[in-house]
Design a protein. Structure first.
Length: 74
């Protein structure tokens, strides 16, 4: 599974990077957000806007798996 690590990425760059990553790769993919609540929200916004779903990689709450469909873990 492909992985995008957002550690060190500025919040203003997240939208473009995440959207390009999820559109240019076969799903599912993993996005590492770290412990930043803001980073997680930015990533979830892109996922939702693209009509995809997500889930956490438990027990790691700082990683999100993006998958097809609209059902997400909340």
């Amino acid at each position: 599974m492909r992985e995008l690590d957002l550690h060190g990425v500025k919040h203003e760059d997240v939208d473009r990077l995440v959207e390009n990553f999820i559109l240019l790769n076969n799903l599912p993919v993993t996005i590492i957000t770290g412990n930043s609540q803001k980073m997680t929200e930015l990533v979830k916004n892109v996922i939702t806007r693209n009509n995809l779903s997500w889930g956490h990689v438990l027990p790691n709450w700082g990683a999100i798996v993006v998958k097809e469909g609209r059902e997400s873990d909340e």
